[in-house]
Design a binder for this molecule. Structure first.
Ligand SMILES: [Fe+2]
Ligand SMILES: [Fe+2]
Length: 259
């Protein structure tokens, strides 16, 4: 089974490249299942119901989130109405929505998706490692194919999650930093791993935002109003090949551009 994971989709440019190229990538790479991080999909901040349906119509099966989950109030409608959108599982008990989801691919395969958020330099939520174990135990009863979006800032925390879940899940994919890392590999017990998948959005930017605005913030130390950058758009993703035991047999990065 071939799975595509798309890194943080940023605003309209990110959605545009997904809508333009996803069907083609699915064909070329014989993809059976698509997961994407959508925490920045609506104008760079959060997710709306309309944007969510736009992404699902483009061919995405499950959308994961992160620290920007609550940026747009419409997320409450999304989490109420759309099962295949998951927010970090380690939010406090009683938080709307779910941190994991069991989906069915076009070919009838069951795929579990877990979203976790790191604690280092981010809101201190429940322990992502113990939360991961709980979610894996639930999903393991239904399927061996399990994907984990580890939404975190610190590379150490992300790679530690890879080792923690090695052999337990199909892949641990890092998101949040918007900068793709060159360490895609299969861990010794068969889990595919990458520290960060990278961003799907405006290339000539600082994490999706106009460079001059971010520079103003760094140079003046005063608040600024973020605006998405224009220009060429990139898509960063990872393709994972999984065997019948739910272990990764290959993992490779993909990168596409739209001028
Ligand atoms: Fe992001
Ligand atoms: Fe994030």
């Amino acid at each position: 089974m071939n799975i595509l994971f798309i890194g943080d989709i940023v605003g309209r440019p990110g959605r545009k490249i997904v809508k333009t190229l996803l069907k083609e990538i699915i064909r070329e790479e014989a993809i059976d299942f698509v997961v994407a991080n959508g925490e920045n999909a609506a104008g760079g901040f959060g997710l709306t119901l309309e944007v969510c349906h736009e992404l699902l119509d483009a061919g995405i099966d499950v959308i994961t989130l992160g620290n920007h989950t609550w940026d747009n109030r419409d997320i409450h409608r999304v989490l109420e109405e759309v099962d295949c959108v998951v927010r970090p599982a380690n939010y406090p008990e009683g938080t709307p929505g779910s941190g994991y989801y069991l989906a069915e691919s076009q070919t009838g395969m069951l795929v579990g998706v877990i979203n976790l958020m790191g604690q280092v330099y981010l809101d201190p939520l429940a322990c992502p490692f113990r939360t991961a174990d709980q979610c894996v135990n639930i999903l393991k009863k239904k399927t061996h194919i399990i994907l984990v979006d580890m939404h975190a800032e610190a590379t150490s925390e992300k790679v530690a999650m890879g080792w923690h879940l090695d052999g337990q899940v199909t892949a641990v994919l890092g998101t949040h930093t918007h900068i793709a890392t060159a360490d895609a590999r299969i861990l010794p017990q068969g889990t595919g791993y990458i520290t960060d998948v990278g961003m799907t959005g405006p290339r000539d930017s600082v994490l999706g935002i106009k460079p001059e605005i971010v520079l103003e913030k760094f140079l003046t130390k005063r608040p600024v109003r973020f605006e998405l950058a224009g220009g060429p758009v990139e898509l960063n993703g990872v393709v994972i090949e999984a065997n019948e035991y739910g272990l990764a047999t290959a993992i490779r990065r993909i990168h596409r551009m739209l001028e």
